[in-house]
Ligand binder design. Structure first.
Ligand SMILES: Cc1cc2nc3c(=O)[nH]c(=O)nc-3n(C[C@H](O)[C@H](O)[C@H](O)COP(=O)(O)OP(=O)(O)OC[C@H]3O[C@@H](n4cnc5c(N)ncnc54)[C@H](O)[C@@H]3O)c2cc1C
Length: 438
């Protein structure tokens, strides 16, 4: 395996990976686990302790199956412990796009599933008493007049064709007031989307899975999966788990153990800063909404319960990451909020998220006993826990909604193993350039 400089490997392996504000502000409610040593058996072995894996483990353990989670690093080391925390509505594409590719019926089912995923997340936080600073309200802000017209058309279509009338239109003045910046031409506020403290959410789900008797081994990177007689195995440097089922839940960090997933799900780097607390009377996000904009390289931001601004802006499609994440992101922050150009940044970090060529998640049974879900393309806070539940349902023989989700088109990235990085870099850089055009 030669991909030593990919973003995923960088983040996974670097002991010096920047500390996130999330890790500084969330109490881990369960003890450190020990690495896997020797051979053990289970009904299900899960690779990766992010939202997908932990959520699957919770359902499976509650159903009475024996579950082992193998995590290369620690719970929350991946994207689930490093993201912007925005809980979004729908998919990365609008419904018209989905209808054109998948037909009316499937597109409609997908819309209902995405709505269910949003509701399911809130229900689980409630059921398992997970305090994750959930805050409703999300503004989608248009950075050009043309994109504002597109947002209007889309909102109109969603109201007419899907009866989705919850979002409220904000004109230029209203969006400036809601965001505390005059950079946008208008926007829409969706009260059913919002934001959470993602690491508190993940820790809560993990704690519930442990209570249900799931087994966790951290610092246990899986280096090979395969079949042994009628069973499957996952092998680390020091041990092996024999199981009926393997769930691959490594998303942008899954490196080198499953070529089919790697061909379709590529890690890109996204970067975030946390500021010192803003004054209580700050005009920025006075209602504590979360916000994102229409740029291809999207800016996303929100305020924490203690008034810090969490701001993500800037992506990297090359294997090398910015040496100075703080300056890399601060530049984008200062464009929206020039008054904050000197604000103290207390934490700056990056993470790898899996994207697919169509920006639709990749859920598949790869072969008998091996299932995979990843590639949420920036919408995993709502989707990844839900897809974890779908994986669990498949193992339990329920096949809940697997069919339509498994039909989502997710081709290989062009270029094969060698050329896909340069091709991705060229394509993404072209789209990023278009952000600068009116
Ligand atoms: C900076 C950033 C900002 C983001 N912002 C948002 C946002 O605001 N809203 C949103 O919806 N989404 C956002 N995302 C995306 C979202 O965080 C992800 O889609 C989601 O967390 C994926 O969850 P997961 O469990 O599939 O993967 P992860 O959380 O990445 O977990 C995968 C885990 O698998 C482990 N692993 C990988 N390979 C192996 C192996 N071989 N052996 C053992 N363990 C292994 C890794 O160590 C890791 O812990 C963001 C992502 C990033 C990086």
């Amino acid at each position: 395996m030669t991909v030593v400089h990919s973003p995923s490997r960088h983040v996974c392996s670097a002991a010096s990976a920047p500390t996130t504000w999330y890790h500084a502000s969330a109490r881990r409610p369960f003890a450190r686990s020990i690495p896997l040593i020797g051979e053990t058996t289970a009904d299900v072995v899960i690779i990766g302790a992010g939202f997908t894996g932990v959520s699957a483990a919770l359902d499976l353990a509650k159903a009475g199956l024996s579950v082992v989670i193998l995590e290369a690093n620690e719970v929350g080391a991946g994207a689930s412990g490093r993201n912007g925390g925005l809980t979004c509505t729908g998919w990365r594409h609008d419904q018209k796009w989905l209808e054109a590719r998948m037909g009316q019926e499937d597109a409609r089912k997908l819309w209902l599933l995405a709505e269910d995923a949003k509701a399911d997340l809130l229900a689980r936080m409630h059921d398992f008493h997970i305090e994750a600073d959930w805050t409703p309200g999300q503004i989608f802000a248009a950075h050009t007049p043309r994109l504002m017209r597109d947002l209007d058309d889309d909102a109109d279509y969603m109201a007419r064709a899907y009866g989705y009338e919850r979002p409220r239109r904000l004109d230029r003045e209203q969006v400036a007031h809601a965001l505390g910046t005059t950079c946008y031409y208008g926007g829409w506020r969706d009260p059913s989307a919002g934001h959470v403290h993602p690491l508190k959410l993940l820790y809560g789900l993990m704690q519930a899975a442990l209570v249900a008797k799931a087994n966790l081994h951290e610092n246990s990177r899986v280096i090979e999966i395969g079949a042994d007689g009628s069973k499957r195995f996952a092998r680390t440097a020091n041990g092996r788990v024999l199981a009926e089922h393997i769930l691959l839940c490594g998303d942008g960090y899954l490196d080198g153990i499953e070529p089919d997933v790697e061909a379709r799900v590529l890690p890109i780097g996204s970067f975030v800063i946390a500021t010192e607390p803003l004054p209580a009377n700050s005009p920025i996000l006075p209602l504590h909404d979360s916000a994102m904009d229409t740029r291809f390289v999207v800016n996303y931001w929100r305020k924490t319960a203690d008034q810090r601004l969490i701001f993500g802006g800037g992506e990297k499609y090359t294997p090398s990451w910015p040496s100075d994440v703080e300056s890399f992101v601060r530049r984008n922050l200062a464009k929206l909020y020039p008054n904050l150009s000197d604000i103290q940044i207390t934490h700056a970090w990056g993470g790898a998220l899996g994207i697919t060529p169509t920006r639709l998640p990749y859920l598949r049974q790869l072969r008998a006993g091996v299932l995979s879900a990843s590639g949420y393309s920036g919408q995993g806070v709502v989707l990844a826990p839900y897809f974890g539940r779908i994986l669990a349902a498949c193992v339990l023989g329920q096949h809940r909604d697997y069919d339509v989700l498994g039909r989502m088109p997710v081709p290989h990235f062009p270029g094969g193993r060698v050329l896909r990085w340069p091709l991705l870099t060229a394509a993404m850089s072209w789209y990023a350039l278009r952000d600068k055009l009116p």
